[in-house]
Design a binder for this molecule. Structure first.
Ligand SMILES: Nc1ncnc2c1ncn2[C@@H]1O[C@H](COP(=O)(O)OP(=O)(O)O)[C@@H](O)[C@H]1O
Ligand SMILES: Nc1ccn([C@H]2C[C@H](O)[C@@H](COP(=O)(O)OP(=O)(O)O)O2)c(=O)n1
Length: 421
């Protein structure tokens, strides 16, 4: 058994396991002794001939490698497993213990597929940073047990050392929230920079991004003029409004991520969240530098900024309904202390049907994430709620359904009230 597996074991029985079936999580724990608990739901629906497996990915010291490997593992499993084998996202965590989440996959096979699955898992355990367990009915046929695989023998360990699986309560918030800080959302330039720097060896484009970064984190000048950020989901009217504000106020308009990052954006959109979110986080620091420069001469309007970076990252890390998000007031919604704070952040909101109509009328291609927004109503609700919970500065919500001119007038009123323009 590897060093990593040994370090997980002492608290193995305190861990909770979560398997996500059709977007809904099912929780279970393991125990050495059985006290008549029910069989966890995820195993209740499994036929007696079936066998299940879990593959959990260790968080090695090299976070970049772990993040890349987790994505590649899914591709490998989907490619090499028998098509009848069902693959579901899985995780294991210590309740309320930050950074305790390990992610992986849960596999369900039957007696026909167990040989190819076990061959594949035996190979994985010998070459990759994974912990493999198998699940099967106990001898009495009433309970299910979990058996951890040994790396050296690449076989199931002594059956006597199997753990019983028992139901576990759902945690207060989605388990992914335990690992959001500095994995999905970065709260300082240095944290995001560190990820991008470590990517340099495997992603050549990361070096180009590093070269574009400002030499000083704090905006070089404190802008004399107001800086207004416009936020909202795609097609809520940000471009339309920011263009009008620019003309009406004689302001400078800055898109975010900044234009200088455009050549690299598609590349980083393919990367796992750790790398992709570091890219967007750094973009905000480049924008802050530009704001400092322009804001000494004119008001500045920014199309998306930190709210977008954090809200999309949090809403992607967590699945399911809005109540799975970290609670209001959680530290995950805090503004990075080293990032420039705009004078006003306006969040445009729109009825989903009207947003879809505007998207159709615009008729442009959408990013995968925006496609997801369309199909996954829960994701859209999570993004909007995360937007509302971010503080320092918090956003002011504006209904974007009236005509473009009425929306403009409404936002001008807010700006005049808040920024004395
Ligand atoms: N207030 C509005 N009423 C009706 N249509 C609008 C309004 N604001 C924008 N649109 C239209 O909706 C579409 C999306 O607007 P856009 O400004 O591109 O949104 P975003 O920049 O947020 O993606 C565009 O076709 C635009 O002309
Ligand atoms: N400052 C920013 C700007 C955008 N992002 C991310 C958040 C989402 O993943 C996408 C949304 O950007 P996209 O260009 O698709 O949206 P618009 O067309 O501008 O409405 O970019 C970010 O993380 N930080």
């Amino acid at each position: 058994m590897s060093k990593h597996a040994m370090s997980l074991l002492p608290r193995w029985c305190s861990r909770v396991f979560s398997v996500e079936l059709n977007g809904a999580p099912f929780y279970f724990a393991v125990k050495e002794k059985h006290l008549g608990e029910d069989v966890p739901r995820v195993f209740r629906e499994v036929q007696n001939r079936d066998k299940c497996y879990s593959v959990l990915v260790y968080c090695s010291r090299d976070r970049i490698k772990t993040a890349k490997f987790y994505g590649e593992l899914k591709d490998k499993l989907l490619r090499d497993l028998p098509p009848e084998c069902r693959l579901s996202p899985m995780s294991s965590f210590l309740p309320k213990v930050r950074d305790s989440l390990v992610k992986g996959y849960f596999l369900k096979g039957n007696s026909d597929t167990s040989s190819p699955i076990e061959r594949l898992l035996s190979d994985l355990i010998q070459h990759d940073p994974v912990l493999v367990c198998s699940y099967s009915p106990a001898e009495d046929g009433q309970q299910w047990t979990q058996h951890m695989w040994s790396e050296t023998a690449s076989q199931v360990m002594d059956v006597a050392k199997g753990y019983y699986v028992v139901p576990s309560e759902a945690p207060e918030y989605h388990p992914s929230t335990l690992n959001i800080i500095n994995s999905d959302v970065f709260y300082s330039f240095d944290e995001a920079y560190d990820v991008m720097k470590k990517c340099g060896d495997i992603i050549p484009e990361a070096k180009a991004v590093l070269e574009l970064l400002p030499s000083r984190v704090e905006a070089r000048n404190k802008p004399d003029f107001p800086v207004i950020v416009i936020e909202g989901l795609d097609a809520t009217g940000k471009t339309t409004l920011t263009e009008s504000l620019k003309d009406t106020l004689g302001a400078t308009l800055l898109p975010s991520p900044p234009e200088c990052l455009s050549p690299w954006r598609a590349r980083f959109d393919q990367e796992p969240p750790l790398i992709r979110r570091a890219f967007y986080a750094l973009g905000n620091y480049i924008s802050a530098d530009q704001i400092g420069l322009k804001g000494t001469k004119t008001p500045v309007i920014v199309d998306r900024f930190w709210h977008s970076t954090a809200a999309y990252a949090i809403a992607t890390a967590v699945s399911g309904p809005v109540c799975n998000l970290p609670g209001e007031g959680s530290e995950v919604y805090c503004w990075p202390s080293d990032l420039f704070q705009p004078s006003l952040v306006v969040l445009l909101t729109l009825d989903p049907e009207e947003r879809k109509r505007r998207l159709r009328n615009r008729g442009q291609g959408k990013t995968d994430e925006e496609e997801e927004l369309d199909h996954n109503q829960l994701f859209r609700l999570r993004v909007e709620e995360a937007y509302r919970r971010i503080s320092g500065p918090a956003c002011v919500t504006v209904d974007a359904s009236p005509s473009a001119d009425r929306v403009l007038q409404q936002v001008l009123l807010l700006i005049r009230g808040k920024c004395h323009l």
